[in-house]
Design a protein around this ligand. Structure first.
Ligand SMILES: [Zn+2]
Length: 63
């Protein structure tokens, strides 16, 4: 598998904790769509102009 991330765009992965069910989920910072919790369907992050704005609490920043 090739990984061609972080060449031009500064992308990263965020680990967010759902406030509804406590599920921890990885969020891609350059995601194009809203991200919902896979467990309870609560909105974890929304996107504004190509940027992800986390709604859920970010517990960790990953690469
Ligand atoms: Zn949840």
């Amino acid at each position: 598998m090739k990984t061609e991330l972080s060449k031009k765009k500064k992308t990263k992965f965020l680990k967010a904790k759902c406030s509804g069910c406590g599920n921890e989920q990885i969020i891609f910072s350059a995601a194009a769509t809203k991200i919902k919790c896979l467990v309870c369907n609560q909105l974890l992050a929304e996107t504004t102009a190509g940027k992800v704005r986390p709604i859920a609490k970010v517990v960790k920043e990953l690469w």
